[in-house]
Design a protein around this ligand. Structure first.
Ligand code: BMA
Length: 301
């Protein structure tokens, strides 16, 4: 169902114009006639910042000359971004591109939100959760006047939660949407991956699942389907992963056995380009037809 791009990895540390440790976990979107990735680059010292990569075909990317977003020197962000910015996700709504990322500090990770309209100027909106929270994805539309996000408060990392907001700053009415499954590839931890994609059958969410082994965690990707009108209702999810670390570049690297997505782009013909971090070391691409992903869903609700 999934086809790996033959030219993987599409972005490596050597492609960044300054010395860095790794490059991985990128947000993905389309702006004007370009594919845009917002790439997590971990510097040699160990802190991450977010860099822009642009492409005409979604496969060959050009990296910017400097980071688009790096740890802020302005409060209140300064305190909470001291250890870097990680794992961004982009959601487009009414001409604005919202970027949720993980703000990292000695207080542990929390969620932060920024926006841009042109990928030139970026503006921070707020710190939108307490620690520990990660992996937030925003829906590309409002529901009954409210913004919706999924996220993964730590609480052992066992569940995807939904929260609502009127103004993007204050979020609440939080509850669990779905959780880890014993005996499965997503038994020990889960987290939202790419922002939800609208389909005829419901909202398709690509998420990561972790299974612990005696040699450490294995990160895989799977899909979940949520009710189109009420995304807090899970319709079903894939029994099997859609992507597992099997290639050398997914098995070996900074963190072995990891495929981890923060962004996917749906083409007009139904092909989905899924960008993912491989072994926390490079950025790779797979494609899948949206109908095949939908047919992998086992309806449980
Ligand atoms: C998660 C996040 C990701 C990372 C993954 C695998 O907890 O920190 O940034 O890709 O672990 O190491």
């Amino acid at each position: 169902m999934i086809e790996r791009f033959r030219g993987n990895p599409i972005i490596r540390a050597e492609d960044i114009p300054v010395p860095c440790n790794t490059v991985f976990n990128a947000a993905a979107t389309v702006y004007k006639d370009e594919y845009i990735l917002l790439v997590r680059v971990e510097g040699v010292e160990g802190k991450s910042s977010l860099w822009l990569a642009r492409s005409k075909d979604g496969m060959k990317f050009e990296i910017g000359k400097k980071p688009a977003l790096s740890p802020s020197d302005q409060e209140p962000f300064k305190t909470y971004e001291k250890r870097g910015l990680e794992d961004p996700r982009i959601t487009k709504m009414d001409g604005t591109y919202y970027i949720i990322y993980t703000a990292y500090s000695h207080y542990s990770p929390r969620l932060a939100l920024a926006k841009t309209e042109d990928f030139e100027k970026f503006e921070r909106i707020g710190l939108i959760s307490e620690p520990v929270n990660k992996n937030a994805v925003m829906f590309p539309k409002k529901f009954n006047g409210k913004f919706i996000r999924f996220d993964r408060p730590m609480a052992a990392g066992i569940a995807t939660w939904i929260s609502y907001s009127n103004d993007l700053i204050y979020w609440g009415d939080s509850k669990v949407v779905f959780e880890t499954r014993q005996g499965y590839w997503d038994a020990d931890r889960i987290g939202p991956g790419a922002p939800p994609i609208r389909t005829e059958k419901g909202w398709l969410l690509i998420y990561h699942g972790v299974k612990m082994t005696s040699a450490g965690p294995i990160y895989r990707l799977g899909v979940a389907l949520l009710d189109i009108k009420n995304p807090s209702r899970l319709i079903g999810r894939s029994e099997e992963p859609i992507l597992s670390p099997t290639e050398y570049y997914e098995r070996v690297g900074e963190v072995p056995n990891v495929v981890f997505t923060c962004g996917a782009i749906l083409e007009k013909d139904g092909e989905l380009k899924i960008y993912y971090g491989a072994a926390d070391t490079s950025i790779c691409l797979v494609t899948a037809h949206i109908d095949d992903l939908l047919s992998a869903i086992k309806i449980t609700n």
